[in-house]
Design a binder for this molecule. Sequence first.
Ligand SMILES: NC(=O)C1=CN([C@@H]2O[C@H](COP(=O)(O)OP(=O)(O)OC[C@H]3O[C@@H](n4cnc5c(N)ncnc54)[C@H](OP(=O)(O)O)[C@@H]3O)[C@@H](O)[C@H]2O)[C@H](O)CC1
Ligand code: K
Length: 530
Amino acid sequence: MLIGSEILTSAQMRAIESDAIGSGAVTGLALMEQAGAAAAALIQQATPSPKDVIVLCGPGNNGGDGYVVARHLHDAGWSVRVLGMDNTPGADAAHMKDMWLKRGQIRPLSDAQLMCEPPANIYVDAIFGTGLTRKVAGDLHRILLRLGGRNDDAERYSGRIYAIDCISGLDLDSGQMPGWSSEHMQHAPRANMTVAFHRPKPGHLLRPGCLLTGDLQIVDIGLPETKGTVSPAPPLQAIWPQFPFSRSQVRPAIAQRLAKSPLDHKFRHGHALVIAGGAEHAGAARLAARAALRIGAGLVTICPPSQAMPEHNTTPDALMRHPVDDTQELQDLLADPRITAICIGPGCGIARATALLPAILAAGRPCLLDADALTALSRDRSLFARLHEKCVMTPHEGEFSRLFPNIAAKQGRGPTDQLTPTPSRIDMLRMAAHQSNAVTLLKGPDTVIAAPTGACYIHTALDVPWLATAGSGDTLAGIATGLLARSLPATDAAALAALIHASAARKFGPGLIADDLPEQIPAILQMLLT
Ligand SMILES: NC(=O)C1=CN([C@@H]2O[C@H](COP(=O)(O)OP(=O)(O)OC[C@H]3O[C@@H](n4cnc5c(N)ncnc54)[C@H](OP(=O)(O)O)[C@@H]3O)[C@@H](O)[C@H]2O)[C@H](O)CC1
Ligand SMILES: [K+]
């Protein structure tokens, strides 16, 4: 398994906090002081002068953090204005509010007040954090829309917002803004940076939350180490695109498998079959095959129908070619136990995928199902029922909806006032993996991968929009197939493929076409293995 960062839900975070306080290991006040001090330090690091800030403090502990930020920035010589609520917060936040009142005043947290304030260099959003219980309405909603630029003064706030724990109004479990219509979402505030505590939450990494979060900084606030002990729930982990690549990101057993031993021969690194289709879509299967070779599969054989064989008489020369016209020919090939993974879907054709899938699934080998194979599975439920835990499916959203219409139907009922109104992407993927008994990877800027066990990864890659290009998915399928061929467990193969795929795009940069992706893999492997 990759070593990602553990992700905690709001409820898990609250449980850890209250356990730590209950056991006497820390006090709530100390946690708040650390949280606010760390946020103030990061804001100072990130901001050029002039050092002029408005801190917006809400009614609870997120507001309490805001008062600590205000105090630290004031003590560092900044000009600090605070807008706050006229309420009696919990004891810790009340204490921090009093500490601030020894230094400065608090003006009302109202839209009218914010509008009247002379512009500031920085705005700190400390209105709501993990304690959001319902949609933000009324004047506080108007404040958030103003920060998002709805009042034709976007340049006043744009690039100047620093969020404590999250942009206020964000449901940190689902990544949704409950109650926000699509018109309002155009004016949702976007943080330049979000300073969050102890662990990322799902809402930081899932759309639209990840689009509002900006640079996500996770700071230690003195809570005890919790990795893997939070709850019996299956693990949820982030695959961080920001990490500089290093071997430490990959569990030693996986790194060992990726590296090739001088004593091994090519068959020790697996043999992948890539099922190709008609000549007109030959490129898709060839992209997948090339990526599988680059990621280090010992052998890769592309299997088109015989009439399309001439299309594949081209480079790479390392690629083997073997025609497959019917199930019997495929079964004959699969009689070779050295074939360790099969890729079916890219450029295959739906009819051909439907015809060949029974033999592929019956073989019980690791297999990657994409594109036309997913359409075939969604049309023939008897095929779907034969999926197994060595299968990896890589649908985009349209394919996902066709494969799992019952799960997709729970989505998209429009804005609601409730938190977590519809299943989050995480819930959906866990349901899908459970229902199909296959590892399921839902492609997108916030890719989510779930295993039938419930283990789940989020890979957020907003920084590589140029990855949305023809053939990109075929390459992802090929990388995952190569990793499956190299005997990585299905969940690891899918997660590592998502990471390597986005990293390849990041390495190449804008102007990328899918053909460029496999060519970045050697340098990425180099980074992963040293
Ligand atoms: N978890 C930690 O270890 C630490 C967290 N810190 C910070 O604390 C917040 C969480 O604080 P909490 O007080 O639980 O919650 P919030 O500050 O986010 O807001 C809660 C108050 O807001 C009211 N509320 C909730 N939703 C709405 C809404 N839509 N409109 C109006 N008011 C709302 C709620 O009151 P109700 O009873 O009316 O529901 C609360 O009064 C966390 O995010 C961190 O920033 C610590 O400081 C460090 C340790
Ligand atoms: K906030």
